[in-house]
Design a protein around this ligand. Structure first.
Ligand code: AMP
Ligand code: ZN
Length: 115
């Protein structure tokens, strides 16, 4: 997608602080962190949200969660107290970027969510 912010990020057309990359997925720091650790994991194939991603190819969801598993084990996030994975779909959830992404939040005690 030519005009997609996160497609431009994984192609290197817009700068980001990358923390992870494999054949299918990249992870990078969120520009406006909402926790001490706030990363975004995206698939290199464009989709607008997780439902579209599942409809296109469920393996893409597994690719992203494999990347999160690899990263969180390597960086010790699991053993250091854990982390939260969030994906927003649509306006009620506050989705602002329409390239499917999974927030990974950690590094401090996280609050309750849902409001
Ligand atoms: P969402 O609200 O779930 O669509 O999440 C979009 C996320 O992208 C927000 O947490 C933003 O802070 C983040 N964001 C927006 N622009 C950039 C950027 N250029 N680099 C990194 N993160 C970004
Ligand atoms: Zn995209």
């Amino acid at each position: 997608m030519d005009d997609c912010l996160f497609c431009k990020i994984f192609k290197g057309e817009i700068p980001s602080t990358k923390v992870y990359e494999d054949e299918n997925v990249i992870g990078f720091q969120d520009l406006y962190p909402q926790a001490k650790i706030h990363l975004l994991f995206i698939h290199k194939e464009h989709s607008k949200n997780v439902n579209e991603m599942m409809g296109n190819d469920p393996k893409q969801v597994a690719d992203v969660f494999s990347a999160i598993k690899n990263y969180s084990e390597k960086e010790g996030l699991e053993k250091d107290g854990g982390f939260r994975v969030v994906t927003n779909l649509g306006s009620l959830a506050g989705q602002t970027v329409f390239h499917t992404h999974f927030h990974v939040l950690s590094g401090e005690q996280l609050g309750r969510f849902g409001s």
